[in-house]
Design a binder for this molecule. Structure first.
Ligand code: AKB
Length: 332
């Protein structure tokens, strides 16, 4: 805790009969707007506040509460939590794997120092806290096929290191201070109406846009680079489900979740079933390739399935159909 006289952590228990009051940080990234929509449908428009340091596009601004919040500014965060009587915090601010390697100092500040602020605020105000982790929290010495929840985690990216740190710190705060910390390790997330920024799995989003717009796609990973992936709707639903799961059902605080695994050539083949003229070439980005080669190929999410009933809806054919319908209708 950086300031204030009542620095001891106490638990303000959140009554399950009330709707939660949710703050989403990093709300203008790939996932925030979609999550806000899902949570607003469930808990009411004004009970979900999106936040970011960037100016929101007008459709986002007009769809519900939006607020400026800088996770590196502890006082600003505390003011938002207090003034809005926040009870759940979803912490989406982070630099992803590839962009993190290009700017290690910023990734360290946002992903590690920012997380410390979030943990302290959440513990101090008795919040239920969700922090996403990732397949990137594993590394070359982890078992890759499949990767279980508990195994060696020695990632070689600042992103991965920061996410292992988040998992461990969240669990530590849970055991030490009773923080209601919940964490899912996301695979690569594929979405049509929001763009990822600076990740290793971004190719699996870009291929759809390029296929529809130009009929050509240059892939920056090798054709046989297999990674776990998930459609955004499954990811957001998993997030809501784990947040609503009764404490007794959680045997752990950090879970792998998965839907499918594929390599670029398999994704390209599936897209070509709909768009046979699509031309795919490969121009390997050595940074991204090295990262992908150290990540899980298949993700074992059996604990999530057993403990709180996780089940994905989208496999590769449904994913491709849904993405092409969405992007195709958008570009017409
Ligand atoms: C990335 O590629 O960095 C992210 C991730 C898998 O965490 N999409």
């Amino acid at each position: 805790v950086t300031s204030g006289s009542d620095a001891s952590f106490h638990s303000v228990s959140f009554s399950e009969t009330d709707h939660p009051k949710v703050l989403i940080t990093g709300g203008l990234g790939q996932l925030g707007v979609g999550l806000a929509k899902l949570l607003r449908n469930r808990f009411g428009k004004n009970n979900v506040i999106l936040s970011d340091i960037r100016k929101p596009p007008s459709n986002v601004f007009h769809s519900g509460p939006f607020i400026y919040s800088d996770i590196l500014d502890y006082k600003n965060l505390r003011e938002i939590v207090v003034n809005n009587r926040i009870t759940w915090l979803v912490h989406y601010s982070a630099l992803l794997s590839a962009v993190g390697e290009a700017n290690v100092a910023l990734a360290r500040a946002v992903n590690i120092t920012g997380l410390h602020n979030i943990l302290d605020i959440a513990a101090e105000h008795g919040l239920r806290l969700f922090v996403p982790s990732t397949i990137g929290a594993f590394g070359p010495t982890s078992p890759r096929n499949p990767t279980p929840d508990l195994c060696v985690q020695r990632p070689r990216t600042i992103y991965g290191v920061s996410k292992v740190h988040a998992e461990l710190m969240g669990e530590y705060y849970h055991h030490r201070y009773g923080l209601d910390f919940r964490c899912l390790r996301y695979p690569g997330i594929i979405s049509a109406d929001s763009q990822p920024g600076g990740g290793t799995t971004d190719y699996a989003v870009q291929i759809f846009h390029d296929a529809v717009k130009t009929g050509k796609f240059e892939c920056n990973l090798k054709p046989d680079t297999r990674l776990p992936m998930m459609y955004i709707d499954d990811c957001l639903r998993a997030t809501l489900e784990v947040m609503e799961t009764p404490v007794e059902s959680l045997s752990m605080r950090t879970y792998n979740i998965n839907a499918m695994s594929f390599a670029p050539e398999e994704l390209a083949n599936e897209v070509q079933k709909q768009l046979p003229d699509l031309q795919v070439t490969y121009e390997i980005d050595s940074v991204r390739q090295a990262i992908a080669d150290s990540w899980p190929m298949n993700f074992d999410d059996s604990n999530a399935r057993n403990d709180w009933g996780w089940k994905h809806d989208y496999d590769l054919p449904e994913l491709v159909q849904t993405m092409l319908n969405f992007i195709g209708s958008d570009s017409r």
